[in-house]
Design a protein around this ligand. Sequence first.
Ligand code: GLA
Length: 385
Amino acid sequence: MEQLREEFINQFGDHGELVSFFAPGRVNLIGEHTDYNGGHVFPCALSVGTYVVARKRYDANIQLYSKNFSGAGIIETKVDELTYEQVHDWANYPKGVAALFQQAGYTFPYGFDAIYYGNIPNGAGLSSSASVELVTAVMLKELFQFEIDRIEMVKLAQKAENEFVGVNCGIMDQFASGMGKKNHAVLLNCDTLDYQYTPISLTNEQLIIANTNKQRGLSESKYNERRQQCETALRDLQTELDISALGELTADKFEDYKNLIQDDVVQKRAKHAVYENLRTINAVEQLQAGDVEGFGKLMNESHVSLRDDYEVTGKELDALVEAAWEEGAIGSRMTGAGFGGCTINIVPNEVTSRFIDRVGQKYTEITGMEADFYVVDIGDGAMKL
Ligand code: GLA
């Protein structure tokens, strides 16, 4: 933080009061591609994320600078000029949140200077963008003393990503970054936004993230394609069923009516969405009952479903997960959108270091790439420091 404050003063000068903020990235333990289907997710906030040092101004200028994208220099805009601009690159995320605050009636006459620094590995699918959005939201609330509750901030951040940046994500990432709680995961019903914290107090195991280091590439268009397929499935089912989301279906209901879904591929997508939602509820019950093995088994089933029915894994994620299964993981699955990014693993303490060596080795043999491993430290949601 000291360094970031110094950098702030270098960039923007030494006057006025500086305020600091943090918002975390997230890792999802189970419940993948269920959020935009009105289903359940079970993510937790990480202790890595995005830091901001900011200062209110007394004119309409906004100046944004990121230590991670220092080559882009200081990006300048104004409170009444918050539109998407390709050349503003990363700064479209904070600009989007500011614009959505304004649209929702949280207006501010003055601008601000803000410097960002993130320590989430780049492009790893650990929600660095949600952390930039949420850290911006808590900053705006504090600088301009808005009466706005956390869930409202989470919703505005998601809206900024959907409408301003143009990425059609669900609400999981912003919710985890805004509402995370140290040493807990949160079971979120994405339809109602009801949520419940569950302590993650593993004593004999560790949670380990493995990063394929494969950038997600085409993932955005494939992500949107999956969303559309789920919408098609829902429309087909609605010809006979009175439902508003796939997340409302039980397994029996789905099996009875699945033939209404015309296209076979679309039917597989819907099958994943329905069963993954039920699996998530079931997994959290098992964890709450102390059954880590049971939880891990459902993580494995989640991966298989994402691989075979939802088809969002790919060679790299599958290689990491299969190696993890062979090397003693109690549970291993891809996490996040897929097509690259990370896996999440529950690994018994006594095999952890061997696990990292061998899974890393096998991954390199199969893909020619190097994986990175991080022990998960579950942190709190966005905050003023
Ligand atoms: C991305 C999206 C989330 C969610 C996951 C898949 O992380 O941002 O909203 O849909 O993919 O579970």
